[in-house]
Design a protein around this ligand. Structure first.
Ligand SMILES: [Fe+2]
Length: 199
């Protein structure tokens, strides 16, 4: 079964002014599409490869493109328009997730501060995550390099820290992108993932 680009739940310009329509359009139709194409090509090559050596040679392409597809599919879902655009972006309601954030980080503002500091420190391209540790069921901030998917934790919120995610709007100022993105984080989706992860 070939993979395909999942549609967004909102228009490309719906996350403005926090993430520009130009970034969203290119990010979804070009960057994510390229991972989808790469994953399909790697899987089809893997299926017709005849030897262990040929299979092993395809591992890097599977991981990179498969991770890119998984990560971006999660990312679009964990964004949503802000209240001024008619959405619920950035709004964390009272509930189990807020309770866990308060008890782990002290407050939502502290979570944002810690998340942004850890994520801004990624060298090169990667992803910042708020995840649930499956053994302790506790929230933790973790990062992955390149397009490595998050395997050690259940992803609750993921932020793309590749330059293609912010450079057209924020240039080199990664910190401003990280500050802005919290206004379009879909905490309802995060709450749903948190409930599944801690069930
Ligand atoms: Fe990306």
């Amino acid at each position: 079964m070939a993979h395909s680009l999942p549609p967004l739940d909102y228009p490309y310009n719906a996350l403005e002014p926090y993430i520009s329509g130009e970034i969203m359009t290119l990010h979804h139709t070009k960057h994510h599409q390229t991972y989808v194409n790469g994953l399909n090509a790697a899987e089809s090559a893997y299926a017709s490869a005849a030897s262990p050596k040929q299979h092993i040679a395809l591992q890097a392409a599977l991981k990179f493109n498969g991770g890119g597809h998984i990560n971006h599919s999660l990312f679009w879902k964990n964004l949503t328009p802000s209240p001024e655009k008619g959405g619920n972006g950035g709004v964390l309601k009272d509930g189990a997730l807020k309770k866990a954030i308060d008890s782990t980080f002290g407050s939502v503002d502290n979570l944002k501060k810690e998340f942004n500091a850890t994520t801004a420190a990624i060298q090169g391209s990667g992803w910042g995550w708020l995840g649930v540790n499956p053994s302790s069921k506790r929230l933790e901030i973790v990062t992955t390099a390149n397009q490595d998917p998050l395997l050690t934790h259940v992803p609750i919120i993921g932020v793309d820290i590749w330059e293609h995610a912010f450079y057209l709007q924020y240039k080199n100022v990664k910190a401003d992108y990280l500050t802005a993105i919290w206004s379009v984080i879909n905490f309802d989706e995060a709450e749903k993932r948190f409930a599944e992860a801690t069930a």
